[in-house]
Write a protein that binds this ligand. Structure first.
Ligand code: PLP
Length: 426
């Protein structure tokens, strides 16, 4: 099976611009993947954050096996099935009171955000939506319509207005970043965007694909206050950094806010395709009207998601994400003192980003070096990826089961990769 991608004859720089590795995966256990050449790869990506419990977790295997034996196919458009009812009840118990109404299930973060985008304008009669520059809410037409990532230019909705996500690193300080965006919002409301025409504000509690940006203290509380003042729905996209990854169950808890609508995906299914939107009944009834998909609420995926939530709770994996995340963070901080390429390290728990810059003073993006580092790390046995509006941020979203030893081992590999990139050995 090896040789799915030709390795010979391709220059490294050509490979470096691939986001995908020239290898197929034939297995996985815990934090390790097995490549088609038999190599063990330490996975700091966890399939872009989806494999929340690591690969082939026994709780998911058992739940899926049970559901496959008893209920596979028991997903019927006009009816519910036991795992998805239990999952809906569990999710409702986890969100703030104001969002505790009904649950819609989909297959991906994209279809969930698309459903929300359609639902909020239909339910409120307001035509406008706010979101952030750099926001990645999905890859379907309807989710790209409310996204601000550069990859999605051209697909934006006519009623979408993008606001700068506060970037404490480029702004020089958290306060400067927070104040700049808040005054931008005030000017916007005063001059361009009548707030009573805005249905919803889509937020990422940590902007992951935009560069793992952590909001400054107090920022989202101020946004929440503005939303309440103007009757704007606060939609929190927890797809990438939620479900324990940040060290708390919801990443928005770090900001002390209470969204009206919460969107889950990726880690919810532990690798199986399931997403969920949770919100007040009056709104969610609109979703029921237009957003039917044949196998949504699939019992096999819902059973996997229930197993994920039970394991996160039972094994205290959010706490593990906080603890192991701090080991990872400390090890990365040590690297920063030896690698001039590292400009900034940020994130919460096991959602961390390392911004690479070619010049510390100007913070010029080292995008080529980021791609080369990801590729060299892969050659050395570590799976990483890069994100960011400037494509220069290494992203770490490993399984929530990661151990301190695995964290240290991954950083040792990253150290070698950064050294090889610096020394021009790749
Ligand atoms: N929302 C966020 C914050 C994401 O990071 C992503 C994917 O990276 C999505 C939504 C889209 O999820 P999916 O790729 O499952 O459609």
């Amino acid at each position: 099976m090896s040789g799915l991608y030709a390795r010979e004859g391709q220059s490294v720089s050509k490979m470096a611009h691939l986001r995908f590795f020239p290898q197929a995966v034939v297995g996985g256990r815990g934090a390790y993947l097995t490549g088609d050449d038999g190599r063990q790869l330490l996975d700091f990506s966890a399939s872009w954050g989806s494999a929340s419990l690591g690969h082939s977790h026994p709780a998911i295997r058992a739940a899926v096996d049970r559901a496959l034996s008893d209920q596979a196919g028991a997903s019927y458009l006009s009816s519910a099935n036991e795992p998805c009812v239990l999952l809906a009840e569990k999710l409702l118990s986890l969100v703030p009171e104001r969002a505790r109404g009904r649950v819609w299930f989909g297959h991906s973060g994209s279809d969930a955000n698309e459903t929300v985008a359609r639902m909020v304008t239909a339910a409120t009669g307001r035509p406008r939506i706010l979101a952030f520059n750099g926001a990645y809410h999905g890859g379907t037409v309807g989710s790209m319509a409310v996204s601000g990532h550069p990859a999605q230019q051209g697909a934006r909705a006519a009623g979408l207005t993008l606001v700068p996500y506060p970037n404490s690193y480029t702004a020089g300080s958290a306060e400067a970043a927070r104040d700049a965006t808040l005054s931008h919002l005030e000017c916007l409301f005063a001059a361009e965007v009548p707030p009573d025409e805005v249905a919803a504000f889509f937020i990422e509690p940590v902007q992951s694909d935009g560069g793992m940006l952590v909001p400054p203290d107090g920022f989202f509380q101020a946004v929440e206050a503005l939303c309440r003042k103007h009757g704007i729905l606060l939609v929190c996209d927890e797809v990438k950094v939620g479900i324990g990854r940040s060290g708390r169950f919801h990443a928005y808890e770090h900001s002390g806010i209470e969204p009206d609508i919460v969107v889950f995906g990726k880690g919810l299914g532990g690798g199986l395709p399931i997403s969920a939107v949770v919100g007040p009944e009056s709104l969610m009834n609109h979703a029921a009207a237009f957003s039917l998909q044949t196998v949504h609420g699939n019992p096999v995926c819902a059973a996997a998601a229930l197993a994920v939530l039970e394991t996160i709770e039972g094994d205290r994996l959010a706490e593990n994400a906080a603890r192991t995340g701090s080991v990872l963070r400390t090890a990365l901080d040590r690297l920063a003192s030896r690698h001039a390429l590292i400009g900034d390290i940020r994130g919460h728990g096991l959602a961390l980003g390392v911004e690479l810059v070619s010049d510390a003073a100007s913070r010029a993006a080292a995008a080529r070096e980021a791609a080369l580092t990801v590729y060299r790390a892969f050659e050395l046995g570590l799976v990483l990826y890069y994100v960011g509006v400037r494509s220069n941020v290494l992203e770490f979203t490993p399984p929530l089961t990661l151990t301190a030893e695995e964290a240290e081992k991954g950083v040792a590999i990253l150290d070698r990769a950064l050294t090889d990139v610096r020394d021009g050995k790749i």
